[in-house]
Design a protein around this ligand. Structure first.
Ligand SMILES: [Fe+2]
Length: 499
């Protein structure tokens, strides 16, 4: 017998019909089994996969309609053909409305049965091919979205969205290993389902589709450990169906992706199980990458922050300068309605604006002003800063701020003498913040100027040194800031108010 032959289950309470059909269909090359009623058929369907059920309408224990209902519910990929006598054609038509593919009138001709079965199988083949294409398409969409997400939060959101949309889960959660032998819930998202919510009550939770060879020590998440706690929380109803898939990195379990359906009687299908497992696979690699990337970024930022503060400390007069400039610059960026990621870039650039001083070998700490040659050397620091940051790809967005913070609106600045809008906005912002802080702090050659003198000077230099569209919002914002500090003084001395 050809093992790839379509598998047919014949359900009929008349033994003769079962035998005749089994013999004949076997000769036609089908793989055939028989059942004497609906209940037996259901048992057989749960034991082995079938492509088609040929069922009598009237049988003891369980008839054809009820069997059809059970097939639709549990094994919707199996196509059903109903056999019926003349008296029950109405019921057979009803069965077709319920999802049966076709009906055959008894007594039947064998050729007619075979033709109907072949048509039904062909239609089934097309349907499942279509389904596979749809699955592949969803997976492609998900993979693409995950691959283009860079931050950890973005990856998590994409994985969760994919699970919600493609799997139609009511609730999706990601658990990641905490590195101390436990798990933590990294993200848990519920969406309102159109279907009715089940009231919280105790009942057996069906845990479907756990990965094969689930290691004993990992069971806590889906059996009685963390996940049980999650499932039995008072504000969450008991799930009707639950799937969990392992997320693995280099062969190790790094977490779990859990999808839950609350709609009464709704079970996740095999296709949804596969999809969850694929989303979990794609997601775990992306989550790991994002984690590594975020760690790397944090390490770089810390190092550079350390360098910036070391440079400030080379000159006792500029201690804390970079931090304060970063605060003022972020204030301006927010005042200009920049979005938070942009504000963060402005802040980072301001923090590192003088990083290039590391390349200037003269003594910045000497009393009095720099000599002309020293000043020429000093003017190289924005370029040195750019050279320092250039090899680090993710710091590229802050380079314009570092490189051009000494350019002037009127084009008389350095290093390139850029003018007006040619100067990147981030550098125009840092220029104002830097000058305000320099004026309001003590310097080797003079005492700190009062706030009013500094703001007057910025006002005076609008349109020459500064972009008026940056300087004016700053002047407004700094007054608001001082007002805020006056009405709500910080416990410790503030870095951002140094007048
Ligand atoms: Fe500078």
């Amino acid at each position: 017998m050809d093992t790839d032959a379509p598998r047919i289950l014949v359900a009929d309470d008349e033994q003769l019909i079962r035998e005749v059909l089994a013999d004949f269909l076997s000769m036609e090359g089908f793989h055939v089994r028989t059942a004497a009623d609906g209940r037996e058929a259901i048992g057989e369907l749960s034991r082995a996969p079938y492509d088609l059920v040929l069922s009598d309408l009237k049988m003891p224990n369980m008839g054809g309609l009820e069997l059809l209902g059970a097939i639709q519910e549990n094994t919707p990929n199996v196509v059903t053909v109903i056999m019926t006598g003349f008296g029950t054609v109405e019921t057979a038509i009803h069965a077709m409305k319920q999802g049966a593919y076709d009906y055959i009138l008894k007594p039947f001709k064998m050729e007619e049965v075979v033709q109907t079965i072949r048509r039904a199988l062909e239609q089934q083949r097309l349907k499942s091919e279509n389904l596979r294409l749809k699955e592949a398409l969803s997976l492609y969409k998900v993979s693409e979205a995950i691959a283009t997400s860079l931050s950890l939060d973005q990856v998590m959101d994409t994985v969760i969205d994919a699970a919600h949309d493609e799997i139609l889960a009511d609730q999706v959660a990601i658990y990641l290993k905490d590195g101390e032998g436990g798990f933590y819930e990294r993200l848990n998202s519920t969406r309102e389902s159109e279907s009715e919510r089940v009231a919280p009550r105790l009942r057996e939770v069906r845990i479907e589709a756990l990965a094969e060879n689930f290691p004993e020590e990992e069971k806590l998440i889906t059996h009685d450990g963390e996940c049980e706690a999650w499932l039995t929380q008072a504000d969450r109803p008991s799930p009707a169906s639950l799937m969990a898939t392992q997320m693995r990195v280099r062969g190790e379990v790094s977490g779990y992706l859990v999808a839950v359906s609350y709609a009464d009687g709704r079970r996740f299908t095999e296709g949804q199980r596969k999809l969850l497992s694929m989303v979990g696979n794609r997601g775990s690699a992306a989550i790991e990458n994002a984690k590594l990337y975020e760690n790397l970024q944090a390490t770089f930022r810390q190092t550079i922050r350390g360098l910036a503060s070391a440079i400030d400390k080379m000159d006792r007069y500029t201690a804390g300068h970079s931090e304060r400039v970063a605060n003022y610059a972020a204030m301006i960026a927010r005042k200009l309605d920049m979005d938070e990621p942009q504000v963060e870039i402005v802040r980072q650039a301001a923090l590192m604006h003088d990083i290039g001083k590391i390349g200037c070998v003269m003594n910045l700490n000497k009393p009095g002003k720099l000599s002309e040659s020293e000043y020429d050397e000093f003017k190289h620091h924005p370029g040195y800063g750019k050279d320092i940051l250039e090899p680090i790809a993710f710091l590229h967005p802050i380079i314009p701020g570092v490189h051009f913070h000494h350019e002037r609106w009127d084009g008389h600045g350095y290093p390139l003498g850029l003018e007006a809008q040619e100067i990147p906005i981030i550098a125009r912002i840092i220029s104002v913040a830097d000058t305000y802080d320099a004026m309001t702090s003590d310097r080797a050659y003079r005492r700190a100027l009062p706030h009013e003198v500094a703001t007057g000077e910025i006002e005076r230099c609008c349109g020459s040194q500064f972009d008026p569209d940056i300087a004016h919002p700053f002047l407004e914002r700094i007054e608001e800031h001082r007002e805020e500090l006056r009405s709500n003084p910080p416990a410790a001395s503030s870095d951002a108010d140094e007048t």
